[in-house]
Ligand binder design. Structure first.
Ligand code: ARG
Length: 463
């Protein structure tokens, strides 16, 4: 849209309107309309403060505050026409307010700039996302806890290098994710505390000569206090970067669980069955049950991490205070937030619905010489052998079993004594996977008692 007249908001010194390309690169209304509710909340708080401090009349403030509510309902009901010529959400709202209440609307921008306005709107928006992510994470942690509790003593193989390492319990494995998502929750809460300061009143960059009350607007908008430095207030986007940082780490955790679900639900593993509600079929292969949700969650780290890199790159090297570069801060954060919330909800659904296959887990737990470490530990304890030597003897026994094509408990006592004469029959007690996990009672270990006490601690923490 080419407009030959100058911009009605800032065009006083301009004879002509912007070129169509200029308007296309400059306008942000296509995406920042998502900040409409926050923009209007900020303007209503600002109008109330301007009246409370005597900067504008109560009558004007009332007209603005009422008019802003009308604008909000027009936007929410889809009756609002957004105009790219008005660049962004701030000027679209103000222009419509002028249609509705006339001259009073022109006083709303007193002691304010779009720089502190957008910084305030965006903080409010990111704060809402933090609250939504916190709720999503809590629900996911609860779903993991339910799985952990049901299978606190179900044995399964634990892996290193994706090779069978030592038996663990299903509950222990689920609780590892509770720890990860629990740290994500901590990061969300930390970030919220740090970001909860209000930029409004910093104006363009230097503050204002009007006798504004920044405590009042901060309070009205649920902030703990106003930002203390006006230059920083308008040019800081740490809150968005912290959001993307914690979102990246959380998405990375989600992608690890997603990867395990992909592996575990395969015909080769059969550790879990995903529900119909969270599986998809193939259009050509009738037997297929695909873990698409898990795969998509695994992939979403890409765009979320990309958003983090993109905004870091936008902010890097920017001189103080506001530069238009900072308009590029929003789209990627919107996208990252939408996709993180979707991934959290999908993961919660998959975890809630999935059924662990206790028999398949137990069968796999006994394969791959998973109790070899228990055997070596027995040699140390029962025969007072140095661990290095025990490791070597156990290695010979594993090689023997491998040659015979059996697991360690299937070797006879005579076969074992041929490798080391002092081995006694009670060695078989430690070769079973149940005994193996039960013995790992050290704090944070896989013994069912330990797992149950961690589950209890988390339930207490969440209540
Ligand atoms: N649409 C702008 C943004 O998102 C609002 C601030 C504009 N400020 C300015 N000085 N041009 O960053």
């Amino acid at each position: 849209m080419t407009d030959t007249t100058s911009n009605q908001m800032w065009g006083g010194r301009f004879a002509a309107g912007p070129d169509a390309i200029m308007e296309a690169i400059n306008a942000s209304i296509g995406f920042d309309k998502r900040l409409a509710a926050q923009d209007i909340a900020g303007s209503r708080a600002h109008a109330a403060m301007l009246a409370a401090t005597g900067i504008i009349s109560d009558r004007d403030a009332e007209a603005m505050r009422e008019g802003l509510l009308t604008v909000l309902s027009e936007i929410e009901e889809g009756r609002f026409t957004f105009s790219p010529a008005l660049e962004d959400i701030h000027m679209n709202v103000e222009a419509r307010l002028k249609d509705l209440v006339g001259e009073a609307a022109g006083r709303l921008h007193t002691a304010r700039s779009r720089n502190d306005q957008v910084a305030t709107d965006f903080r409010l928006w990111v704060r809402d996302q933090l609250d939504a992510v916190e709720a999503g994470l809590e629900t996911l942690v609860r779903a993991c806890l339910v799985q952990a509790e049901a299978g606190a003593d179900w044995v399964m193989p634990g892996f290193t290098h994706l090779q069978v390492a030592q038996p663990v319990t299903w509950g222990h494995h689920m609780m590892a994710y509770v720890e990860m998502f629990g740290r994500d929750l901590g990061r969300v809460r930390d970030a919220r505390v740090r970001m909860n300061e209000c930029p409004l009143g910093a104006a363009a960059l230097a503050g204002t000569s009007f006798p504004i009350d920044r405590e009042m607007t901060a309070r009205e908008l649920g902030f703990d206090r106003p930002c203390a430095n006006s230059l920083d207030a308008v040019s800081d986007r740490d809150f968005a970067l912290e959001f993307l940082g914690l979102a990246s780490i959380c998405a990375m955790h989600l992608s690890r669980l997603a990867e395990e679900l992909v592996i575990w639900s395969s015909a080769q593993f059969r550790f879990v069955a995903l529900s119909d509600r969270f599986s998809t079929g193939s259009s050509i292969m009738p037997q297929k049950r695909n873990p698409d949700a898990a795969e998509l969650i695994r992939a979403k780290i890409g765009r979320i991490f990309g958003a983090n890199v993109a905004l870091m790159t936008v902010m890097k090297g920017l001189p103080l205070a506001y530069s238009k570069d900072m308009q590029e801060d929003k789209e990627q954060v919107f996208d990252a937030a939408d996709n993180l919330l979707l991934a959290l909800a999908a993961m919660e659904g998959m975890v809630r619905d999935m059924e662990a296959n206790r028999e398949a887990l137990a069968a796999a737990a006994g394969h791959g010489f998973s109790t070899a470490t228990d055997l070596a530990d027995w040699l140390v304890r029962a025969l007072d052998m140095p661990f290095r030597e025990a490791h070597h003897v156990t290695g010979s026994l594993v090689a023997l079993a491998e040659r015979k094509g059996c697991d360690l408990p299937d070797l006879t006592l005579a076969e074992m004594q041929a490798v080391h004469a002092d081995i006694r029959a009670d060695v078989f007690d430690v070769l079973g996977v149940e005994n193996s996990v039960a013995s790992r009672r050290s704090y944070g270990g896989t013994a069912p008692d330990q797992v149950r006490s961690q589950i209890a601690r988390w339930k207490e923490k969440l209540s």
